[in-house]
Write a protein that binds this ligand. Sequence first.
Ligand code: C2E
Ligand code: MG
Ligand code: MG
Ligand code: MG
Length: 291
Amino acid sequence: EAKKNRHQKSQFFESSFGDRLAYKLELEQELRGAIGRGEISLHYQLQKNIQTCSIIGVEALIRWHHPVLGGISPVEFIPIAEETGMIIPIGEWVFKTACRQQVEWREQGYGSLRMSINVSPYQFQDELFVEKILHTLRETGVDPEYITIEVTESLAIRDVEKVSAQLQLLRRSGIKLAIDDFGTGYASLKYLRTFEPHLLKIDRFFVDGIDTEAERGSMVQAIIAIGRSLNMEVLAEGVETENQLEFLREAGCDEVQGYYLSRPLPADGVEQLLNERSQAKNRSEPEESAV
Ligand code: C2E
Ligand code: MG
Ligand code: MG
Ligand code: MG
C-alpha cells in the first residue's frame, strides 16, 4: 500500500524539488532490477544514405517500460544510470543485444546493416571496457566492421589520453566511431583531431529550421565542410520533413536519420519496413517513398 502511494505521488513529481528527488530515487531503485525483469529493450531507427538512396544501418536506442510508471525516456534514466554506475551493466546489455540483432538480421537475409550503438562516456572509466567489447564481438560472431559506437562530446571524458588509447584498440578491431550530437557539445574541433571518428552526427538542433533559418543552414553547411576536409562521413539527425532532406542532399550530406524516414521501432517493425521496401523494389516501382 505504501508502495502504491509512492507511485501515485510520482505522477506529480514536477511539483517540487522534494517530489522530484523522490521520483529520481524511485527510478534509481526500480532501474536496478529492470533488465532482470525484462523491462528494458532496444528500438532501432533506420539510417539512409541520401546520395545513393540506400538504407545503410540502424541506431539502437534503449527503451524502459515499467509496469506501473510506464515508458520512461532514456533522457531521464541514462543520467541516473551514469550517476549510480548502473550504466556499466546496462551498457553491456545494450552492446550485446545490438550485436546479436545485427547477426540475426544478416542471417535472416536482411543484408549487413551497420549497427550504431550509443556508449556513455562513463563506460570508458571501466577498466575492462575494451576487453568486454572485444569479448562480445567474439561471442556474438558479429563483423566489427558493421559496428559503430556513438559517443557524445562530453566533459565526462576527462582523461582524454586514456580514452584515445581505448578508442585506438577498438578501431584496431574494426569498430567504427561516430561523434554524436555534434555541434552542441564541448571542445568539438579538438575532439575530431584526437579521436578521428568515421562519422559526424549533426545534432538535430541544427536540422530543425535548416530550411527556414539561414543561420542554421549555414552552420550545417560548415559542419559538412569540416567532415569533408577531415575525410569523415556526415549524418544529419532529426530529419522530419522532405524539405530538410532535400536541403541536406543538396548540401552534400551523406546520411540522414529521423522521423521522416522512420521512428525508432522494435526489431520486427524494422523488418516489416525493410520487407516493404524490397517488395516495392521488386515491383520495380520508382523509388519515391521516404524509406
Ligand atoms: P541520441 O543518441 O542523439 O539519439 C537520437 C534521439 O533523437 C532519440 O531519442 C531519437 O528517438 C530521437 N529522434 C530521432 N529522430 C527524431 C526526429 O526526427 N525528431 C525528433 N524530435 N527526435 C528524433 P531517444 O531514443 O529518446 O534517446 C535520447 C538519448 O538517450 C539519445 O540521444 C542518447 O544520448 C541516449 N540513449 C539512447 N539509448 C541509449 C543507450 O543505449 N545507451 C546510452 N548510453 N545512451 C542512450
Ligand atoms: Mg546516438
Ligand atoms: Mg544524437
Ligand atoms: Mg542526443
